[in-house]
Design a protein around this ligand. Structure first.
Ligand SMILES: Nc1ncnc2c1ncn2[C@@H]1O[C@H](COP(=O)(O)OP(=O)(O)OP(=O)(O)O)[C@@H](O)[C@H]1O
Ligand SMILES: [Mg+2]
Length: 238
C-alpha cells in the first residue's frame, strides 16, 4: 500500500520493551491498532508503561521483540521518517531557569527540522502566531519562555506541537498544569479540529473523565500489559 494511505496510524504486534539491564519488561506482548483520525486515550496507574508505550511507538525505545508500524513506516528502522510527521510532547518538562528564547521562538522550533536557525519565512511566522493565538498565548509571545508560569509554558509547548501540523500527535500528560477552562477548550475545540484534518492523537492522561472526552478508543495499560477498548468508529464523528 502507498505510504500515508494506511488505515491505521499505529500498529503494534506482540511488542515487548525492556529498559536496559531490567529483567521485567516495561511493555509485555502489546498488540494495538489505532485508526487514522482517531483520538486514543491512554490511561493506567503510575509506572504502568504509558510513557514507555509512546516512546516505543516513536522508536525512541527499541522493542526487544514484535513489529511496529507508524504512519506506514517500520519502527525503529524508519523511525526518523515517522517522527518527521509527528509531534511529541513529553511528560516531564523542567522549567529552565535561564531560557534565552521567547515563547514565539519556542513555538517556531516546531517548524524547524533539526536545528533552529531563527529564520522562518513570513508564512511560517504566521503559522506560529496562529498557534499561539489558538492557545491564548499571544499576549505572552515576546516573553522569555523561562519566565512564564508552568501552565503558560505547557500551552506554549502544545502550540509548538500543533504548529507542525502533525499526522500523529503524542501528548504525555499535557494538562498537568493547565486550568480546567483551557483544558475543556483544547479537548472540545482544538482536538476536534485536528482530528477532522486527519491527525491521530494519542493522549496520556490520568485525570480526565473519559466519558466526556469523546475518545474513539481507550487504551488501558496495567503492569506493561495493554487492553484496548473501542469506543466507536473513528470516522463517525468529530
Ligand atoms: N529509564 C528507565 N530505566 C528503567 N526502568 C524504567 C525507566 N523508565 C521507566 N522505567 C520503569 O518502566 C515502567 C513503566 O514506566 P513508565 O514511565 O512507562 O510508566 P507510566 O505509565 O508512564 O507512569 P506515570 O503515570 O508515572 O507517568 C515502570 O516500572 C518504571 O519504573
Ligand atoms: Mg509516564
Amino acid at each position: 500500500m502507498e505510504k500515508g494511505l494506511e488505515q491505521n496510524a499505529v500498529e503494534l504486534d506482540s511488542v515487548s520493551t525492556y529498559y536496559y539491564g531490567e529483567k521485567r519488561p516495561a511493555l509485555r506482548d502489546v498488540t494495538l491498532r489505532i485508526p487514522v483520525g482517531s483520538l486514543a486515550l491512554i490511561v493506567g496507574p503510575n509506572g504502568a508503561g504509558k510513557t514507555t508505550l509512546l516512546e516505543t511507538i516513536l522508536g525512541l525505545l527499541k522493542p526487544r521483540s514484535g513489529r511496529i508500524k507508524v504512519l506506514g513506516y517500520n519502527i525503529p528502522a524508519e523511525a526518523s521518517k515517522a517522527r518527521a510527521l509527528s509531534s511529541y510532547l513529553p511528560q516531564d518538562f523542567m522549567k529552565p531557569p535561564i531560557e534565552p528564547f521567547t515563547a514565539r521562538e519556542v513555538v517556531a522550533m516546531g517548524l524547524a527540522s533539526s536545528s533552529f536557525s531563527g529564520r522562518l519565512l513570513e508564512s511560517g511566522w504566521k503559522k506560529v502566531d496562529r498557534a499561539l493565538e489558538l492557545l491564548g498565548m499571544m499576549d505572552h509571545a515576546d516573553k522569555p519562555f523561562g519566565k512564564l508560569s508552568g501552565g503558560q509554558q505547557q500551552k506554549v509547548l502544545l502550540a509548538r506541537a500543533i504548529v507542525r501540523e502533525p499526522k500523529l500527535l503524542l501528548l504525555d500528560e499535557p494538562f498537568s498544569a493547565i486550568d480546567l477552562e483551557t483544558r475543556s477548550y483544547i479537548v472540545g475545540e482544538i482536538f476536534p479540529g485536528l482530528l477532522r484534518g486527519g491527525c491521530t492523537i494519542l493522549l496520556v492522561s490520568h485525570d480526565l473523565d473519559y466519558s466526556s472526552m469523546d475518545a474513539d478508543l481507550v487504551i488501558r495499560v496495567v503492569d506493561g500489559r495493554v487492553s484496548q477498548v473501542i469506543m466507536r468508529d473513528a470516522h463517525a464523528t468529530h
